[in-house]
Design a protein around this ligand. Sequence first.
Ligand code: NAD
Ligand code: DAU
Length: 424
Amino acid sequence: AGGGHIERKGHQASSPERLCHTVQKRNRILRDMKHYSRAIVITGGAGFIGSHVVRLFVNKYPDYHIINIDKLTYAGNLANLDDIKDKPNYTFLKADICDFETILQTLRRYDVDGIIHLAAESHVDRSIKDPFTFARTNVMGTLSMLQAAKIFWESQKEQWKMSRVNADGDEVCTECRFYHISTDEVYGALELTDPQGIETPFSTKASSAHHHTYGQEFFTEETKYQPHSPYSASKASSDHFVRAFHDTYGMPTIVTNCSNNYGPYQFPEKLIPLFINNIRHRKPLPVYGTGENVRDWLYVEDHARAIDLIFHKGKVADTYNIGGFNEWKNIDIIKVLIATTDRLLGREEGADNDLITFVTDRKGHDMRYAIDSRKLQRELGWEPSLQFEEGIEKTVKWYLEHQDWLDNVTSGDYQKYYEKMYGV
Ligand code: NAD
Ligand code: DAU
């Protein structure tokens, strides 16, 4: 694993008599000789959020076989998973989610009973320049995943169920699950009005010590879809396909819509890592428009924890919003980044404030995102674990201590390596 081709690790032979009732099922199980209680495909596992989800699942569930399918685009970086790449329950497959035959073959080969689908083109600015790539990966790629899952799972004796023999030799039966990771951007944009919205409902005070809301309205699970950018339009379309597969074929699907994530391993095209790196190197900080736009920030490991909880306990066909009740104007978060970075580098307070450079606004720039995640809190008991001030301190520290990681992704060296390894 990690070497870029499918490796079979830690598989054991089991006695065929105990395995299953049908010849087809017995042959499949004998061929794969698995002893895991579940086999889960995570797509986009070499990206930012995906790598945190893969790490969490591989470490927390040694009895699950985690298969990471990633095309390794510019945003996919196997160095994000260096610490778990040799674990016996981890397999990496370099593949494009649009490659339907390979996906179907992989689901069959590993008897996959769960899919957590994160692979996507994720950067709004890129979608404005090149919408076709977003439609291809986010819409057609999701459809390819859905159709492959449908064909494979329908071929099972009991639809949408999978039985296998675990390490103890017991037959276990699991409900299949297609879990699609989406974004709050599908809901469009909220207005910026007087700060008088919902108080943070979290007992851990996980939002910010300076908790603020910038309007009365929030995105709930009932908010109608109104995407504005090609990125959010492609994500909205993929969400509709996922729900259509439930409504038409009965596929056990779940969709979640999360707010802006921050934390280690985010590609430095996104605001937070880009700006930390620029502050360090005393490069200009390009603030779009007036910097008044508001985003709701969540530490990436808290998103990964929510995904774990919802994958296991979420209601089929349901939708959950995930967010930190942690709204920040871009300009304010940028000031926090400057102050934190300068302090950690031992620079004089405010030394780098003059790096702030107002530039032409992003086309169609959404004004405010604010997620109401109370349903997830109420129904499944999820809360963020980190207060924003702790999360941002950890994050800035991580980027400052991992300049080699930043240099590697900004220089494109890792892509040259993949070209050599995989010939693409
Ligand atoms: P990312 O850009 O960091 O990673 C995307 C991953 O998908 C990369 O590893 C890339 O190689 C892979 N990929 C892209 N095209 C592929 C293809 N055709 N086949 C296989 N793999 C492919 O993205 P991220 O920020 O980690 O976001 C992950 C998911 O979460 C996306 O679906 C995104 O829409 C969603 N999301 C992101 C945020 C956020 O703040 N970053 C918030 C809410 C939801
Ligand atoms: O809300 C969830 C979404 O958050 C995810 O679905 C997307 O995948 C993710 O990229 C993110 O989208 P944003 O567009 O909000 O993130 P980004 O980091 O690109 O920008 C955050 C804000 O900062 C936004 O208002 C634009 C602004 N910005 C961004 C960059 C890169 C700047 O002012 N200057 C910049 O250079």
